[in-house]
Ligand binder design. Sequence first.
Ligand code: 13P
Length: 250
Amino acid sequence: MTRPYYIAGNWKMHKTRSEAAELARTLTVKLKDGKHKYLVAPSFTSLETVGAIVKGTNILLGAQNMAAEEQGAHTGEVSVLQLKDLGVQVVILGHSERRHTYKEDDELVNKKVKLALRHGLDVILCIGELLSEREAGLAEKVCETQTRKGLEGVPVSDLARVTLAYEPVWAIGTGKTATPEDADAIHAYVRGVIERLYGASAAEKMIIQYGGSVKAENAAQLMAKENIDGALVGGASLKADTFVPIAMFG
Ligand code: 13P
């Protein structure tokens, strides 16, 4: 089967509202005739502004994280209800910066995944190994564990609302990209994990994005691989000039 390509821009902790609005406006124009699936994930502070701009276009509105609890005494956190109130459609969970800088573990990520799905949000669940883990031959094992634990308790009926993003930690923001072959090997492995958990048909349909120093120069080669179904783009998503060629590839 042919899976749609899904290209997402994770703006991380960049841009004021006016800067975010400017980029969002340009993207709505330049991606208007794009044939892939698109998402932008601005900071919480720009969600409302960007949401108003992308509403009704072919660009989905994503958040970069959310709390594991619905509401309550959680200073500094943002809840699923608040995201939905702003029109957020998708939430990125388990990003490596959340896992490694902010110490989120698989259990917490899983709680967030289930909460988001329960409230009707789509999820991009990020997985990926550290350089030390790759060097120790543990890349597959780490990705398998993060996938299994991240999806624990998620029924097959919700799986169509989950996208996986393989982001090897050593490739994020470093300019080092996994070779298309190495990335595809992990994607194929993870698809096999999904098959064992949910069956062949669910595995076949699962969109698995690659992330980690994706740029216009390497995007097409990566996405030409059988198991690479899109990209989760950080640095290159911050400017229309660098994001549009990735989003319009092919
Ligand atoms: P870079 O594209 O800057 O390497 O970031 C990738 C990423 O973390 C996207 O979520």
